[in-house]
Design a protein around this ligand. Structure first.
Ligand code: GDP
Ligand code: GDP
Length: 430
């Protein structure tokens, strides 16, 4: 899936535009649990095409943004991974020196750019808008994030500009992606699992989508482990790492079956871990959480790791947690077994009769009926619920929870598609 990155000075309207665009995706079937409020990643759908969108604003909050140089470095890293850039400027403010700075970074990236001149709902003089032509972008659009003006054209152009992604689906191995912040032990884990020194570190900044892959057999299953590396530049520009790794993760998750989110037990869970976990699920991929470096925790305290991890990741009680030490080879067998079982879960078809019987016992939505429920796909499991009324998200959550209660699907996001049908004569008819 292609990735768009939104850049621009503070307060030009990036997150307003971001929210408007992701709001246009109508059939979101899996809403991630409310882990973090400030969303920075979402998907946009236009003319049956879906693409990723990332709001850089969410990364550079507060005073940091004043440091133009740093921002530019950060943006440059992120842009290296993007397929298209939305460069947002503010028609109310007119052209500002900060716009020029960002413009330079954008140009350096050699990525296609759409210039979005935002806030055109405000009173502005023609000359202010004309001023932006000094930036020299071929494709510019007058928009209002707040009023929702101009986005049809932006998205039409987006589709024409983005590369056509063809899906190749050759599933011979289980693709497992290792995600986590720098230093949590990703490459150590990759090495430990494959028992070879394969994790070659690429020190070049922002080059390609360099990921390290290694394939091995476990219990007759081919497992391909993928480590999103290229994050070893820990020494300088610390703040860029989060943004950069996020973009990498977005691109890599697409291709994986399961993601292991690794974190350092001695440091605990941070917002970025939650963001990444929630992104994995919203991309309908399976998830395993692995608190690493448990060798540094006293043996007597280790039984606290799992409950405290569940506490840190709210609403993820269906996700398995396997405490490990990548370095000391503790828990790795369990981790691999867990990967196999989560994979099997994601391929599972729930017994049709049991689903029907379960559905008969479920509560109906307010003022309506759950007419039928059935599993229509696997990997990830998709259920279709026929309903006589439109339902809110909490009813979908209720269905999901009920299905989980009956069938497990441990570690796997359950997708629910709703279909409106006429109310039945009897309460439940299949
Ligand atoms: P960001 O810092 O670039 O993410 O900017 P925000 O999206 O937070 O917007 C900054 C301010 O501009 C907020 O007060 C928004 O309500 C306002 N804003 C955003 N888009 C528009 C728009 O199209 N028109 C007007 N009038 N205000 C807008
Ligand atoms: P990455 O940046 O996530 O790939 O992290 P690395 O694999 O490079 O590991 C970062 C540091 O943590 C290295 O010094 C590792 O030796 C150390 N490390 C990794 N796993 C463990 C572990 O299970 N226990 C301990 N004590 N240290 C670990």
């Amino acid at each position: 899936m292609a990735t768009i990155v939104i850049v621009g000075r503070k307060n030009v309207g990036k997150s307003t535009i971001f929210n408007r665009l992701i709001g246009m995706r109508l059939n979101i079937v899996y809403k991630e649990p409310g882990v973090t409020r400030d969303r920075i990643y979402g998907e946009v759908e236009w003319c049956s095409q879906v693409f990723n969108i990332i709001d850089t604003g969410g990364f550079f909050l507060g005073g940091k943004e004043e440091l133009a140089f740093k921002i530019n470095r950060q943006i440059e890293y992120g842009l290296a991974e993007a397929d298209l850039v939305y460069f947002v400027v503010d028609a109310k403010d007119g052209l500002k020196p900060g716009d020029h700075d960002i413009c330079q970074s954008v140009r350096k990236s050699n990525k296609p750019v759409l210039l979005l001149i935002n806030k055109i709902d405000c009173k502005h003089t023609e000359s202010e808008v004309l001023e932006f032509s000094k930036l020299g972008f071929k494709n510019s659009f007058l928009v209002s994030g707040e009023a929702g003006i101009g986005f049809g054209d932006v998205l039409d152009k987006t589709i024409k500009t983005l590369p056509r992604m063809t899906k190749k689906r050759m599933r011979k191995s289980i693709k497992v992606l290792i995600l986590g912040r720098p230093n949590v032990g990703k490459s150590t884990l990759l090495n430990a699992l494959t028992k070879q020194e394969r994790a070659i570190v690429d020190e070049r900044p922002g080059t390609t989508r360099d990921v390290v892959r290694a394939t091995f057999k476990y219990q007759d299953q081919n497992i391909e482990i993928i480590d999103t590396c290229g994050l070893r530049r820990k020494t300088h520009i610390k703040t860029s790492v989060e943004f950069y790794s996020m973009i990498r993760a977005v691109n890599a998750i697409e291709d994986a079956d399961i993601a292991i989110v690794l974190f350092d037990t001695t440091e605990g869970v941070v917002d970025q871990d939650r963001r990444i976990a929630s992104m994995v699920l919203s991309k309908a991929k399976s998830l395993v959480l692995a608190p690493n470096k448990i060798d540094l925790i006293k043996t007597t305290n280790r039984n606290r790791i799992v409950p405290s991890t569940y506490k840190s990741f709210k609403s993820l009680e269906f996700v398995p947690i396997v405490p490990i030490s990548a370095k000391q080879d503790i828990g790795l067998e369990q981790l691999l077994t867990c990967i196999l079982s989560v994979h099997a879960e994601s391929r599972k078809f729930a017994d049709k009769t049991v689903v029907q019987n379960m559905a008969k016992k479920l509560q109906n939505p307010t003022n309506g009926f759950l007419v039928s429920l059935k599993q229509v796909n696997t990997g990830p499991p998709i259920f279709r619920a026929a309903l006589s009324v439109k339902v809110k998200e909490h009813y979908i959550r209720y269905l999901r929870k009920s299905i989980r209660g009956y069938f497990g699907f441990k570690g796997v996001p359950i997708l629910i598609k709703t279909k409106s049908v006429k109310p039945p004569r009897s309460r439940y008819s299949l």
